[in-house]
Design a binder for this molecule. Structure first.
Ligand code: ADP
Length: 613
C-alpha cells in the first residue's frame, strides 16, 4: 500500500483515538459526579480511571499535534524533524502521560476491588513517570519509543488485571474492563513484535499504521466497560433506594397500625380492667365459701382475660408490671408445665437445659409470656416427635435465652417481618400474627432485643432473646422502689376513690375482710371534701370524670402534702397519653388493675405504717 495512504490512515486513527478519549473523560466525569456527592467508596476507583483517560487523551492529543499534516514524519520543516527540540518535547510529554495512564489503570483496578491503592504503587508512581519522560532524551525517535513503551504498557495492563481479580460475576461492566485490559496487554506485545520484525516483511508497515485503530478498539472496550459499570451501579442504587422507600412505607404503616392499636388498647384496657378487678375480687371472696371449685375456675378464666389485656398493652408498648428477681430455669419449667397439651401432642416435647442458676431482674409475667409465645411457635413448627430446646447463657450485661426447634426454619424473606404485628404465615383462624410482636414489645420494654437465626446444621430455627440483667421497664423511668417497712397496722381507715361503683364495692369488701375501715368517694372532688386528716391511706383511681386522679394529687400537694404522701394510685388504663404523662410525673406508686388484693392492702398498710411514725 502507498506509504502516504498508510501515513494518513495512522493519523486518522490517532485523531479518532484522541477524540474518543476526550469523550470518555467527559462521560466518566458526568457519571462520577453523583457518586462523589454521596461519598461512595468506589468513587475513588472511577476517579483513577477518569485520570487514566485524561492522561491518555492528553498523550494522544500531543501526538496528534506532533504528527499534524505538515509536521509529519516526512516533513521537511527543520524544526519538526526527528531529533529536533519540538518533536522531542512532544515525545517527553507523551511518554510521561502514557506512564501516568498505565499507573492510573493499575490504581483504579485495585481501588475498584475495594483494597485501596497498594503501597508499592505509590512508591513507584513518580519514578516510573520520570523514567518514561527521560527516555526520549536518549532516544528521540517514535519507533524505538513505542518499543520501549510496550513492556511498560503490558506490565501495567497485567497488574491492573490482577487488581481486578476475582471478577464479580454480576458486574458485566467490570468484565468488559477486564477484557479491555487483557487486550491492552496483548496488543502491546503484538505491537512490539511488529516493530521488532524485519523491515523486509511486507505487512510490517500496514500493521504499524493500523495499530492505532486496534488501540482504539481496546480503548473503547475499557471506556465502555467503565461506563457500563457506573451505569450498573446507578441502577443498583436506584433499586436500593426503591427498596428503602418500600421499607420506610411499611414502617410507617406499621407505626400507624400501632398507633391505632394503642388507641383501641387504651379503651379496651380501661373497659375490661375494671370489671376484671371486680370479678377477680369476688372470685377470691367466693373461694372462702365455695368448695366445688367454681370460684377457682372463675379466677382462672378472669386471669386469662387479664393476660389478654396485658398482651395488648404490651404490644402497644404500654404495660407496667413490677420488676422482680427471676430464676430463669424455674420460670422456663413453669412455662413448659403450663403449655397446652395440644402443642405437645404427637410426641413433640420441650427440653429445658441446665441454666446454671441464672437470675435476672425483670417483669416475670412479661418474660413468661415471651417464652410461652416462643415455645408455642416452636412446637407448632416442629415435626412429629420433634424436640424444642430451651437454653440460657450469661452474656456481657444480661442473659441470652434461646429457643431451638427442629421445624422447617424461617425463610430468609420472612425474617425481616417476623416481629411485625399481624404478620403470619399460618392459615386464617390458626395464627393472629401477634405472638412474636407481643414478645418483641415486652423484650424491647426491658431494653432487650430479639433475633432469629438458623438452627445448628441448617435445621430448624433458633429464636434468641437478649435481656439485660436489670430490666429498664418502668414508664416513669424510676428505679425499682426500695422495699417498704413491714406493715404495722391493718386496721386503719382507707379512703377508696373510684368512679366505678362495682370497683368501690369490691375494694370495700376486701378492705373489710382484712380488718380495715373504709370510706368511699366516686370522684376526686368528693374525696377532697372527706375528713382527710383522719385517713391513714388513700386508694385512688387515675381516670375519673372531673379533675380525676391527677387533679386530686395536685390539690393535695398544694394544700396538704402529708395526705398526698398517703396516696396509692390505681389505673385500668396505662395506654392513654394522659395516664402515661401522669405516671411519669407523679412520684406516688401506681398499680395496674386488675391487681392482686393482698398486694394492694399490704402496700396500703405499709403507707399507713410510715405515716404513723
Ligand atoms: P402467629 O404464630 O399467630 O402466626 P407469630 O407472631 O407468633 O404469629 O409468628 C409470626 C410468624 O412467624 C408465624 O406465622 C410463622 O410463619 C413464623 N414463625 C414463628 N416462629 C417460628 C418457628 N419457630 N419456625 C418457623 N416459623 C416461625
Amino acid at each position: 500500500m502507498d506509504p502516504a495512504i498508510l501515513h494518513i490512515l495512522g493519523l486518522v486513527g490517532l485523531f479518532v483515538q484522541a477524540f474518543c478519549a476526550w469523550i470518555f473523560v467527559a462521560v466518566l466525569a458526568a457519571l462520577r459526579e453523583p457518586q462523589r456527592g454521596r461519598g461512595e467508596a468506589r468513587s475513588g476507583a472511577y476517579g483513577s480511571f477518569q485520570q487514566a483517560f485524561l492522561a491518555l487523551a492528553l498523550a494522544l492529543s500531543v501526538m496528534s499535534f506532533r504528527f499534524w499534516p505538515g509536521r509529519g514524519l516526512s516533513d521537511q520543516n527543520p524544526y519538526w524533524q526527528q531529533g529536533q527540540l519540538a518533536p522531542t518535547a512532544c515525545y517527553v510529554l507523551y511518554m510521561a502521560l502514557k506512564g501516568w495512564f498505565g499507573l492510573c489503570l493499575v490504581r483504579g483496578s485495585y481501588e475498584l476491588r475495594g483494597g485501596g491503592s497498594p503501597a508499592w504503587l505509590r512508591t513507584w508512581h513518580w519514578p516510573v513517570i520520570a523514567l518514561m519522560a527521560a527516555t526520549p532524551l536518549a532516544v528521540p525517535y517514535i519507533d524505538p519509543l513505542l518499543i520501549i513503551q510496550a513492556p511498560v504498557m503490558v506490565a501495567c495492563a497485567l497488574l491492573a488485571l490482577r487488581g481486578h481479580w476475582p471478577l464479580r460475576s454480576r458486574d458485566s461492566g467490570a468484565r468488559i474492563v477486564a477484557a479491555g485490559l487483557a487486550s491492552l496487554a496483548l496488543i502491546w506485545t503484538f505491537h512490539a513484535g511488529v516493530e521488532l520484525s524485519s523491515q523486509a516483511w511486507p505487512l510490517r508497515k500496514p500493521l504499524i499504521s493500523l495499530n492505532s485503530f486496534i488501540d482504539l478498539g481496546v480503548q473503547l472496550a475499557l471506556g465502555i466497560g467503565l461506563v457500563v459499570s457506573l451505569l450498573q451501579q446507578a441502577h443498583r442504587r436506584a433499586l436500593e433506594a426503591e427498596q428503602e422507600e418500600a421499607r420506610l412505607r411499611r414502617e410507617l404503616e406499621k407505626d400507624d397500625k400501632l398507633r391505632a392499636l394503642g388507641t383501641v388498647v387504651s379503651g379496651v384496657a380501661h373497659e375490661l380492667n375494671n370489671p376484671l378487678t371486680v370479678i377477680l375480687g369476688y372470685a377470691e371472696l367466693l373461694q372462702e365459701s365455695c368448695v366445688d371449685g367454681t370460684a377457682a375456675i372463675l379466677t382462672e378464666q378472669a386471669e386469662r382475660c387479664r393476660g389478654i389485656v396485658r398482651n395488648l398493652s404490651a404490644l402497644a408498648g404500654q404495660s407496667v408490671h413490677p420488676l422482680e428477681e427471676i430464676d430463669l430455669e424455674q420460670l422456663a419449667r413453669r412455662v413448659v408445665r403450663g403449655l397446652s397439651p395440644e402443642l405437645t401432642s404427637e410426641g413433640r416435647g420441650v427440653w429445658v437445659d441446665d441454666m446454671h442458676g441464672l437470675h435476672l431482674y425483670a417483669d416475670r409475667i412479661g418474660v413468661e409470656q415471651v417464652l410461652a409465645n416462643l415455645l408455642s411457635n416452636a412446637l407448632d413448627a416442629s415435626p412429629k416427635g420433634g424436640v424444642v430446646t430451651v437454653r440460657a447463657r450469661a452474656v456481657d450485661d444480661g442473659v441470652e435465652l434461646v429457643v431451638l426447634d427442629e421445624g422447617p426454619g424461617v425463610p430468609a424473606g420472612d425474617r425481616g417481618r417476623l416481629f411485625e404485628p399481624f404478620f403470619t404465615t399460618k392459615a386464617p383462624g390458626k395464627g393472629t400474627g401477634l405472638g412474636l410482636s407481643i414478645a418483641h414489645a415486652i423484650v424491647r420494654a426491658h431494653g432487650g432485643s430479639m433475633r432469629v437465626e438458623g438452627g445448628p446444621a441448617g435445621r430448624g430455627s433458633a429464636f434468641v432473646t437478649r435481656l439485660p440483667l436489670h430490666g429498664s421497664q418502668d414508664p416513669s423511668g424510676r428505679p425499682p422502689a426500695a422495699p417498704l417497712p413491714a406493715a404495722a397496722t391493718q386496721d386503719g381507715l382507707v379512703l377508696v376513690v373510684d368512679d366505678d361503683p362495682a370497683v368501690r364495692a369490691i375494694l370495700l369488701a376486701q378492705a373489710k375482710l382484712r380488718g380495715w375501715r373504709a370510706i368511699e368517694a366516686s370522684r376526686a372532688e368528693e374525696a377532697l371534701a372527706a375528713p382527710l386528716a383522719e385517713i391513714d391511706a388513700v386508694l385512688c383511681d387515675v381516670r375519673m370524670p372531673g379533675i380525676g386522679g391527677a387533679g386530686f394529687y395536685d390539690r393535695l400537694v398544694a394544700d396538704s402534702p402529708q395526705i398526698a404522701a398517703r396516696v396509692l394510685f390505681m389505673t385500668g388504663d396505662l395506654a392513654s397519653p394522659q395516664a402515661l404523662a401522669f405516671a411519669e410525673r407523679c412520684p406516688r406508686p401506681l398499680l395496674q388493675k386488675p391487681f392482686d388484693f393482698d398486694n394492694v392492702f399490704e402496700r396500703l398498710a405499709q403507707i399507713a405504717a410510715v405515716q404513723a411514725r
